[in-house]
Design a protein around this ligand. Structure first.
Ligand SMILES: *Cc1c(COP(=O)(O)O)cnc(C)c1O
Length: 399
């Protein structure tokens, strides 16, 4: 079984993935799967998607050779895939454009989304405005309080933000509420999931929409550096920016793929979000994958300085890439990510997202141990404007 043929028709990546949803959603999932498989092979759909990515998102995003940073480390060359330069400042828009286009073709005028830090909510509200669709975003009331700027952004874009008061009032509660909405309003509603998780076909579909990132790298790297990189690195929350850059490289067996999870205050502290490094298999949010759970299968509270990596699960394709050893997964803790963040600001004039800073930190760790003609390609998944308050607070500065 070649791993790049994944998933099978039922959405399995080896023993992971699948469709664990209530009876009431089976019809909606089947319809989505059939429609997606149809449009995936439709040249008109693909042409419109390419047009939107070029003219609305601003693709292709460039690759940048971080020369000063590389020289200062004295080893391998670090190249950055600049997803931070996309419209709305991260890779998430690639996927929301694709899903909104599919929703339109399926005749759904209403889109719903769940969001934790608000980045996926903003990307969903953006495409809803772009296509003139109604948009409802579910967000834990605790997150609404912590992410006031993103809540206002979504409102400016015309979305309705619904604070969720149940449970811990965070992402997983927002997810449950979005599912409930979908069951009730499935006739006219499309649920845009923001990462390569959830029931089949979401992990495959979100991966496909983000794979434009890796496909661009396959042509850009030989132009820039004369060859493909030795290692491709990406941070892993749910895993969509990593799958986007990894997937086209899977058949290129000489290229190492390295996913970087949030090590928080250190794996030993128990305060982290490293599901692949320190978790175990189980079922969450409609699929089987690696999870952070206790002995009774209860989900453990996660911690990371970057809200976008703060998720107790991970996409099922990563679980399979780990077990099959095609990709490696490591953890970078909060302090290491912050150090990488500040270094990139000062050395290259680029303020990265805290999420992306995890992947960068791993590259900075590896570079000095490698020869100068080796190449590390880092997916710089987003820009750090959203993280100003978090970074300032850690430095004891009040904005
Ligand atoms: C949301 C987010 C992530 C984490 O999500 P993935 O699905 O793992 O990619 C990473 N980087 C940025 C900038 C984000 O906004």
């Amino acid at each position: 079984m070649k791993i790049y043929d994944m998933p099978d028709a039922q959405g399995h990546f080896g023993p992971y993935g699948g469709t664990f949803v209530s009876e009431t959603l089976i019809a909606a999932i089947d319809e989505l799967k059939a429609q997606y498989l149809h449009y995936r092979d439709d040249p008109q759909f693909q042409a419109e998607f390419a047009y939107e990515l070029k003219h609305y998102v601003g693709r292709p995003s460039p690759i940048y050779h971080a020369r000063r940073l590389s020289d200062s480390l004295g080893g391998a060359q670090i190249y950055l895939k600049r997803e931070d330069l996309n419209h709305t400042g991260a890779h998430k828009i690639n996927n929301t454009v694709g899903q909104a286009m599919l929703a339109r073709r399926m005749g759904k005028q209403r889109i719903i989304a769940e969001t934790g830090a608000g980045q996926h909510g903003v990307a969903s509200a953006t495409v809803a405005a772009r296509y003139g669709m109604e948009c409802v975003v579910y967000m834990g009331s605790e997150d609404v309080r912590r992410q006031a700027q993103n809540v206002y952004r979504m409102k400016l874009l015309g979305a309705r933000v619904v604070p969720v008061e149940s449970g811990s009032k965070t992402l997983k509660d927002a997810l449950n509420e979005a599912m409930r909405d979908w069951v009730t309003n499935v006739q006219n509603t499309f649920y845009i999931i923001g990462t390569v998780a959830g029931p089949h076909p979401y992990p495959m579909m979100v991966r496909d929409f983000n794979s434009v990132v890796g496909r661009e790298c396959l042509t850009q790297m030989p132009e820039m550096a004369g060859r493909q990189p030795d290692v491709v690195l990406a941070c892993v929350g749910g895993g969509s920016n990593a799958m986007g850059i990894f997937h086209p490289y899977i058949p290129h067996e000489s290229v190492r793929l390295m996913g970087v999870e949030a090590g928080g205050e250190g794996i030993a502290s128990g305060h982290h979000a490293a599901s692949l490094v320190a978790g175990s298999p189980g079922v969450l949010h409609g699929n089987r994958t690696y999870l952070l759970q206790d002995g009774n299968g209860q989900i453990i509270e996660t911690h990371s300085i970057s809200a976008g990596l703060d998720y107790p699960g991970v996409g099922p394709e990563h679980a399979w890439l780990k077990d099959s050893h095609r990709a490696e997964y490591v953890a970078i803790n909060d302090d290491e990510a912050l150090h990488a963040f500040h270094t990139l600001c000062r050395m290259e004039g680029i303020i990265p997202a805290l999420e992306s800073s995890h992947a960068l930190a791993q590259a900075m760790k590896m570079a000095p141990t490698m020869d100068k003609d080796r190449i590390l390609l880092v997916n710089l998944s987003g820009r750090g404007d959203k993280d100003m308050a978090t970074v300032a607070e850690r430095s004891g500065i009040k904005l």
